[in-house]
Design a protein around this ligand. Structure first.
Ligand code: NAP
Length: 276
C-alpha cells in the first residue's frame, strides 16, 4: 500500500535502502537532507524527484525550523503515515583513554529525534504517524549483557558515547509511547534540561505506533533477504533483546519495508531486535 513518508537520516545506508523500497512501491517520500546535492547523480532517486514522489528538503535535523520545513513539505498533500528515523553520527571522532571514541556532537540521535517529534503536526482525534527509530542492540547496560561477548568492549567502551546517545533516543520514544522504562536513565547532557516539558513533545502514551528497531553490528553486505519470506528469511526479528552478532544495512532496509507494509500489527508499539 502506498504511504506518505518522512525520512530523516536517509541520505545513505539503511534509511536510503528502505526509502528506495517505499518509492518503488509507489509511496511518496520526503527526505530531509543536509546536502540534497548528494542525490544529484543518483538516477534512482532522480527518477522519483521528476514524478514528485521524492521530495528533497534541505536542512539539518538539529535545527527545529529545518525539521518544520520538512513536515510542511511532507504534509502538503496528505498527512504523514510513517516516519523513518535513521539519523546517526557522521561528525568528527577523537580517541580518549577513558571514554573511547568521543563525538563532537554527543546527542545527535536524541536531539534530532526530539526536533522531529516536537515539530510534528498534531491534531486532536487524529492518530500520530507510525515511526521506526533505528537503534542498536547495545544501548543500555542490560542490553549489552545480551550482546555477543566479543562485542561488549565495543559497545561498553569504544563507542560508549554513541550508545549513550542511542539510549537517550530510546528514552524519548518510551516516554511518548507511554512504555515503562526499566533501563538506566540516560545522561542529562544528552536529554537536555526539562526535555519532558518541551513544547510539542507528544504526551505520554500518544505515540502508539512506535517501533524502536535495535540492529546488531551493521555490515555493508548484500541484501540476502531479497525474494525470501517466512522461515526462509536470513534474519530474525524478535521483541526485546537478542544476542545476534551482525546484519547488513541492506537487510535492515528490507526488514523495515516488510514490517511497515506487511506486518505492522506484529511489530507496532514494541522494541524489536533484528539480526542474522
Ligand atoms: N554501525 C553499527 O554497527 C550500527 C549498529 C546498529 C545501529 N546503528 C545506527 O543505525 C543508524 C543507521 O546507520 P546507517 O549506517 O544506516 O546510517 P549512517 O551512515 O550512520 O547515516 C546516518 C544518516 O544520518 C544523517 N544525519 C546525521 N546528522 C544529521 C543531521 N543533523 N540532520 C540530518 N541528517 C543527519 C546522515 O546524513 P548526511 O549525509 O548529512 O551525513 C545520514 O543520512 C545510525 O543511527 C547508526 O548509529 C549502527
Amino acid at each position: 500500500m502506498a504511504s506518505n513518508i518522512l525520512a530523516i537520516g536517509a541520505s545513505r545506508n539503511i534509511g536510503y535502502f528502505a526509502s528506495l523500497r517505499f518509492l518503488d512501491a509507489g509511496s511518496r517520500v520526503t527526505f530531509l537532507l543536509r546536502s540534497p546535492a548528494s542525490f544529484d547523480d543518483d538516477a534512482e532517486i532522480q527518477k522519483y524527484v521528476k514524478t514528485g514522489k521524492a521530495q528533497l528538503v534541505k536542512g539539518d535535523a538539529l535545527v527545529a525550523e529545518d525539521v518544520s520545513k520538512a513536515w510542511a513539505k511532507a504534509t502538503e498533500e496528505a498527512p504523514v503515515d510513517f516516519i523513518l528515523y535513521t539519523v546517526g553520527f557522521t561528525g568528527t571522532k577523537k580517541f580518549s583513554l577513558t571514554k573511547g571514541f568521543t563525538m563532537n556532537i554527543i546527542d545527535i540521535s536524541t536531539r534530532c529525534l526530539q526536533n522531529v517529534l516536537c515539530t510534528m503536526p498534531q491534531h486532536a482525534g487524529v492518530p500520530l504517524p507510525k515511526i521506526i527509530v533505528l537503534s542498536t542492540t547495545g544501548a543500555s547496560r542490560k542490553a549489552r549483557q545480551k550482546t555477543p561477548l566479543m562485542h561488549r568492549p565495543l559497545y561498553g567502551y569504544l563507542i560508549q558515547q554513541q550508545m549513550a546517545d542511542k539510549l537517550g533516543m530510546e528514552r524519548v520514544i518510551a516516554h511518548c509511547a507511554g512504555w515503562t522504562w526499566t533501563d538506566e536513565e540516560p545522561l542529562a547532557e544528552i536529554m537536555g534540561e526539562g526535555w519532558k516539558q518541551r513544547k510539542g513533545l507528544p504526551a505520554p502514551g500518544t505515540l502508539t505506533e512506535a517501533v524502536v528497531l535495535r540492529a546488531s553490528l551493521l555490515t555493508d553486505g548484500e541484501c540476502t533477504a531479497e525474494g525470501k519470506s517466512g522461515s526462509a528469511l536470513p534474519y530474525h526479528a524478535v521483541e526485546g533483546l537478542d544476542g545476534g552478532a551482525t546484519i547488513s544495512r541492506k537487510d535492515v532496509g528490507h526488514f523495515i519495508f516488510e514490517a511497515v507494509t506487511k506486518q505492522w500489527k506484529k511489530y507496532a508499539n514494541k522494541q524489536i531486535s533484528v539480526s542474522y
